[in-house]
Design a protein around this ligand. Structure first.
Ligand code: PHE
Length: 388
């Protein structure tokens, strides 16, 4: 240690050299040539009286806490620690070095003071470090009382909302879901459904063909696929997309959704059809009136369209119901015996009924929307009004 070496200016006691007198004699007898200037480190050691040491220690004790508290990041904390209690260049290490230059009798008191300051600062440093680590885990300071900003994350499309609700109502009535392909064999789409060979719906102008397949024009082919696969009793609902070579206008789209329903069992009658569909209408639209109008489909006999009281004008007449007071909701009928036979079901033993509805039209009727194209425009200002 440099401080053990006698320096030119050494006046006080130095470790290992006994009393000042001994030191003075030793210096006196040292040949002049060997009395080289002491290394710089020696002269840099602060030489202090006990009072100076105490005031240096107290000023460190006074400054430290504020510096530690001011360290707002882990880097600042490291700087503060190095500055205050760092082993090589910190203020405490300077004090410890100076301790050795104090008169021997003062060292005990000075050492105790330095140790006390050291412990105080280290305790504060530890606490601050723990606090900074907690802050880092919590992330940046946030004001939890600020009102939140909800991001528009999209919502279920009004047509999908109708489908979900229809499915839910029929699920309560014991129906399960069945699905079929959108690219369908003409036989399932037309032939098995009893379309006569020259039916105009099969015309190229009405139907989109893909080589041997057609883009199904309705969900009714799922009736046949289901009947082929499962024995009665059957109660299914088949939602899905269908395609027609229709122009896009206020009430038509070339692609739209349908929900098909099918019930086949022994002893099923038109009363089941009317009761079930009326029950559905009252669940879906709220207490309402329904009416069944005779209609025609090749795959049902007899056939009927079901109308409900216009929800917008409650029957007094408005543009949505074209002043009729009624809105057409679905087509339905008793499953034609030929369809049952085509699917391999004994039509002497089993009867059934079916319906097909267009949820887009239902959404229009429900919300009083005048043009079906709005549903397909993807205009968020329109769609977000239905956000659930
Ligand atoms: N498939 C018919 C259509 O698309 C609707 C329908 C389904 C009618 C089932 C009766 C029975 O118009």
């Amino acid at each position: 240690m440099a401080s053990r070496r006698p320096s030119r200016n050494a006046g006080g006691p130095t470790q290992g050299f006994g009393s000042p007198l001994t030191l003075a004699i030793a210096l006196d007898f040292t040949p002049a040539v060997t009395r080289r200037p002491a290394p710089l480190t020696v002269s840099r050691i602060p030489r202090m009286t006990l009072d100076e040491f105490k005031s240096a220690a107290e000023s460190l004790r006074a400054d430290g806490p504020a510096q530690i508290a001011a360290a707002a990041t882990l880097e600042a904390w490291t700087d503060a620690r190095n500055h205050l209690v760092g082993r090589t260049s910190g203020r405490l290490s300077e004090l410890m070095t100076a301790l050795g230059t104090l008169p021997k009798d003062d060292r005990r008191e000075a050492g105790q003071l330095a140790n006390a300051v050291k412990q105080e600062l280290e305790a504060l440093l530890d606490a601050r470090h723990a606090e900074l680590m907690r802050q880092q885990q919590r992330g940046p300071a946030i004001d939890r009382t600020m009102p939140g900003r909800a991001a528009w994350r999209g919502s279920v499309h009004p047509v999908s909302l109708v489908i979900d609700e229809v499915v839910e109502i029929f699920r309560e009535l014991g129906f399960t879901i069945a699905l079929g392909p959108e690219a369908e064999h003409a036989w399932y789409n037309f032939g098995a459904l009893n379309f006569p060979a020259d039916h105009p719906a099969m015309d190229l102008h009405d139907t989109l063909y893909l080589d041997d397949l057609v883009l199904r024009t309705h969900t009714s082919p799922v009736q046949v696929r289901t009947l082929q696969q499962y024995p009665p009793p059957i109660r299914i609902l088949a939602p899905g997309n269908v395609y027609r070579a229709d122009p896009f206008d206020a009430s038509h789209a070339p692609m739209f959704s349908q929900v098909e329903g099918l019930v086949v069992d022994e002893g099923i009658t038109f009363a089941d059809l009317k009761a079930t569909l009326t029950r559905f209408a009252n669940r879906f639209f709220g207490e309402t009136k329904t009416r069944f109008r005779p209609s025609f489909f090749p795959f049902t006999e007899p056939s009927a369209e079901m109308d409900v009281r216009c929800g917008v004008c409650k029957g007094t007449g408005c543009p949505v119901c074209k002043n009729s007071g009624w809105v057409e909701i679905l087509g339905s009928g008793m499953v034609h015996p030929a369809v049952l036979e085509n699917a391999g079901i004994d039509s002497e033993r089993y009867t059934g009924w079916a319906f097909g509805m267009g949820p887009a039209r239902t959404a229009l009727a429900r919300h009083g929307i005048p043009d079906i194209r709005i549903l397909y425009d993807s205009d968020v200002r329109f769609l977000e009004q239905f956000a659930r």
